[in-house]
Design a protein around this ligand. Structure first.
Ligand code: MG
Ligand code: ZN
Length: 213
């Protein structure tokens, strides 16, 4: 996938962007709002989607696509909160691309009006592969250390909303939530930042507001 030839790489990315635009148009025509959720393994993406599904299931008919190399753990967890879920097995691929979504979206698109896409746990290549979602959200946690933002500028530049999760562990990890937020704002002043402890449900209301849901 990650080729050396720059022309191949450019045409691949251009093709992905075109397909993403088609997906977004199709979702909009069906009245479906869509959010791409990115972040490293263990940052809390699935927990956040569980909490959002639980909180929003009275207001929206929710669907979720979960990208994972081989397991259905995330899709199964989200399904328990009333969302219609579909697992996308990416095999050895370390990110979702628009091609995966164009095939999977029909599996959940009937009778939903809100779609979450949980990307493969990775902060690097998902930045280059928009999936046709209305909004992109990135999740980091303080347990990943103080340099997660500085080391992954592209994904934060892409993000409409950034979550700093596990803030209750910040002191133990000797990581400053304020510094992480300042790093995000330096890269991308328009990105809305939400501080959370998702497991305890803290920050869910602020996240719902930031996403305009
Ligand atoms: Mg997950
Ligand atoms: Zn990748």
């Amino acid at each position: 996938m990650h080729k050396i030839d720059m022309r191949d790489e450019e045409s691949l990315l251009a093709h992905n962007r075109e397909l993403a635009e088609e997906i977004n148009k199709k979702l909009k025509e069906r009245g479906i709002r869509s959010i791409d959720v990115m972040g490293a393994i263990g940052s809390g993406k699935t927990t956040i989607l569980e909490k959002l599904s639980e909180r929003l299931k009275g207001s929206y008919r929710i669907g979720a696509l979960a990208g994972d190399l081989t397991t259905t753990i995330d899709a199964d967890r989200i399904a328990r909160h009333g969302a219609k879920t579909f697992q996308i097995s990416t095999g050895k691929e370390c990110h979702l691309d628009a091609h995966f979504i164009s095939h999977a979206v029909d599996e959940v698109a009937d009778e939903i009006d809100l779609l979450f896409i949980e990307n493969v746990g990775n902060l690097i290549c998902p930045a280059d592969f928009p999936l046709g979602a209305d909004q992109r959200m990135v999740v980091i946690s303080v347990t990943e250390g103080p340099y997660m933002v500085k080391k992954h500028p592209y994904i934060f530049a892409e993000a409409d909303v950034a979550v700093i999760n596990k803030r209750d562990l910040a002191e133990a990890m000797e990581v400053s939530v304020e510094d992480l937020e300042a790093d995000i704002k330096e890269i991308s002043p328009d990105t809305r930042v939400v501080r959370m402890c998702a497991r305890a449900g803290e920050g869910i209301d602020e996240l719902i507001k930031a996403l305009g849901l």
